[in-house]
Design a protein around this ligand. Structure first.
Ligand code: HEM
Length: 149
């Protein structure tokens, strides 16, 4: 098992990076859709339903599978011998930012359900501010995995 993980390391890392890119694309785009949805779309009309469909498909067919794949390949990298030394700081800063990213994903999923029920209470300005969170997490993650302090 450990030998296999060591041999497959470049493949697993490539798949990890691909899934992370797809996940991040959704994490950046979905809150933007929410901004336009709340500021420009009247509840109950055709455009409301169109936005709900786009949000549903983005979350279900891109973001959810990409998040699961990023976690699976990421955890395989954690199990690969010689990759993570828990005495360093970087695995902890990365783990904290990844947990933050996962929390944000679920927060967006809950807000999507609010739009479906017609009881969204979050303003466009609030969605714009929340849209900055994945950027902050991304900066922490990239410095953690590349600088490895
Ligand atoms: C979902 C849970 C995640 C886990 C368990 C995880 C774990 C890991 C591990 C152990 C490595 C190996 C580092 C190495 O090869 O030395 C890695 C690499 C990497 N991770 Fe993650 N990761 C996760 C999510 C993310 C996210 C959300 C991003 C970006 C937003 C990300 C970006 C990267 C990048 C760019 C690399 C390659 C770094 C390099 O070797 O140059 N990861 N990840």
């Amino acid at each position: 098992m450990w030998d296999f993980l060591a041999l497959a390391y470049p493949w697993i890392k490539s798949l990890h990076i691909l899934s992370v890119i797809a996940w991040m694309a959704g994490l950046f785009y979905l809150p933007r859709l929410f901004v336009y949805h709340v500021e420009r779309v009247a509840a109950g009309g055709d455009t409301d339903l169109l936005f709900q469909t786009m949000e549903h498909k983005l979350l279900r067919y891109i973001m959810n599978p990409a998040m699961i794949a990023a976690w699976i390949f990421g955890l395989l990298l954690v199990l690969t011998p010689g990759i993570v030394y828990w005495g360093s700081v970087w695995p902890w800063t990365k783990a904290a930012a990844v947990l933050g990213m996962t929390w944000f994903h679920h927060w967006l999923g809950l807000r999507r359900k609010n739009f479906v029920r017609g009881d969204n209470k979050v303003s466009g300005r609030h969605y714009r501010m929340m849209n900055e969170l994945p950027t902050l997490f991304l900066i922490v993650i990239v410095f953690s995995v590349v600088l490895k302090f």
